[in-house]
Design a protein around this ligand. Structure first.
Ligand code: GDP
Ligand code: MN
Length: 403
């Protein structure tokens, strides 16, 4: 069965801003968009941190940046200029990007927090996420931080711990203490970790995140606990409660079709398959995607056109679906309750006419509900390459014929 979760991902520097607002200790830094401003930005950072040792980090929506050359140390201003010019504007390829990589439009200039070098067991992994199976939040943590957590999970799963947290009760002090204990910490570092975990969990809850992943969490040589990296996914459905987060959206990192859809109020998620779908209602959209899979196809997208499937909306929806060159056939599956099927059918035919001859792929239209028979008549007589279907099964058979 299809399950789709829509997130808004943030850059590390933005995630760290949210952490800081919630009192979580972070590696301090400043974002830099233009290398002309390097010395000005560095000056302001040094004023805060007092160190001339920096780390420059590429800001892209993908991890593994260190491996791809997107994280570099600079121990004086000359090195800093050099490192900034190397990273800012580069195409960064990491194990998590495509072969083409991602253009680095901004870097995070941070204080070097590994002031006495890297030592054994100073980097930890901590994330807070939603466990959809148990309906609880979960802190996932490991003493093996700084490295790819997937490979830890594969090779040494016994080194990953989980702490489930009841969302109604919230984090209980003994749970934060257990985490710090299991990470092998003592003394001040232990106390700092308890505080870190407690504040991180609160930050996750109050920002309506689905994931806050800190890898590494660093124990400094003077026993401070700080977030060196931060990855966050915010739940798209909760963004209305956080109007200030909308400005954090980086359109350069998002799927252009999804951005366009959002602008006109369509609910669209791009997928990898070959059957485009246009459906009203999220539940019916999910059921339709299951149907497509059962017919041997793969959905190319999730698209909920909402309650008013008029010609203008239908046209926009067709244009979005057609941008995806993998689409071989389009299935329109609309239930006409309040919106009458004949109106929708007319909307589809009008959209076809208005668009000129751009829809080259076959379209199957299933309209069920009020006036569905009249609607079928409109579709059957429109003169375009549109196939009507009343039953789900008919639509399914037609997909099988056409792909
Ligand atoms: P990722 O590779 O995308 O996960 O980026 P990270 O922010 O996790 O950085 C990669 C690695 O760079 C970290 O695991 C650290 O080991 C290292 N690193 C990050 N900040 C510093 C720093 O201030 N000093 C030093 N020496 N290393 C750092
Ligand atoms: Mn990392």
């Amino acid at each position: 069965m299809f399950i789709i979760f829509v997130f808004m991902n943030l850059h590390e520097y933005q995630a760290k801003e949210i952490l800081e607002q919630h009192g979580v200790a972070i590696q301090r830094g400043r974002v830099l968009f233009d290398k002309k401003n390097t010395s000005k930005v560095a000056d302001s950072l040094v004023l805060e941190t007092g160190t001339e040792w920096f780390v420059v980090k590429a800001q892209i929506h993908a991890g593994g940046r260190g491996k791809g050359g997107g994280v570099k140390i600079a121990k004086n201003r000359k090195e800093l200029d050099k490192v900034v010019s190397e990273i800012l504007g580069m195409r960064l390829v990491t194990p998590q990007t495509s072969k083409e990589g991602k253009l680095v439009n901004q870097v995070l200039l941070s204080e070097d927090v590994y002031y006495s070098g890297k030592s054994e067991k100073s980097e930890f992994y901590v994330s807070v996420l939603l466990n959809r199976k148990t309906g609880k939040n979960m802190i996932m943590y490991s003493s093996e931080g700084g490295v790819d957590i997937e490979s830890v999970a594969e090779k040494t799963p016994e080194l990953i711990f989980y702490e489930e947290i009841d969302p109604l009760i919230g984090i209980v002090p003994f749970q934060a203490r257990k985490v710090a204990f299991n990470l092998g910490l003592t003394g001040n570092a232990y106390k700092e970790m308890v505080k870190f975990i407690t504040l991180l969990y609160k930050c996750y809850v109050s920002s309506d995140a689905s994931l806050f992943e800190i890898n590494p969490v660093l124990k400094t040589s003077d026993d401070k606990i700080i977030a060196v990296d931060a990855k966050v996914s915010l739940d798209d459905n909760s963004l209305f409660r956080h109007k200030n987060y909308e400005s954090l959206r980086d359109y350069k990192e998002e799927n252009p079709s999804e951005t366009e859809a959002r602008a006109v109020g369509l609910n669209y998620v791009d997928l990898d398959g070959n059957v485009g779908c246009m459906v009203n209602g999220a539940g019916l959209a999910m059921a339709t995607m299951d149907l497509i899979k059962q017919s041997g196809g793969e959905p190319a997208n999730f698209l909920d056109v909402g309650g008013t499937a008029d010609a203008k909306r239908v046209e926009t929806a067709f244009r979005l679906i057609l941008k995806d060159k993998n689409v071989k056939v389009i299935l329109v599956n609309i239930f006409g309750g309040i919106v009458r099927c004949d109106r929708v059918a007319q909307g589809i035919v009008d959209a076809y006419k208005n668009m000129g001859n751009v829809i080259k792929v076959p379209v199957i239209v299933r309209l069920q509900g009020t006036n569905s028979e009249i609607a079928k008549g409109i579709i059957d007589n429109c003169g375009f390459k549109v196939y009507s279907a009343v039953e789900f099964q008919e639509a399914s058979n037609k997909i099988q014929d056409l792909i």
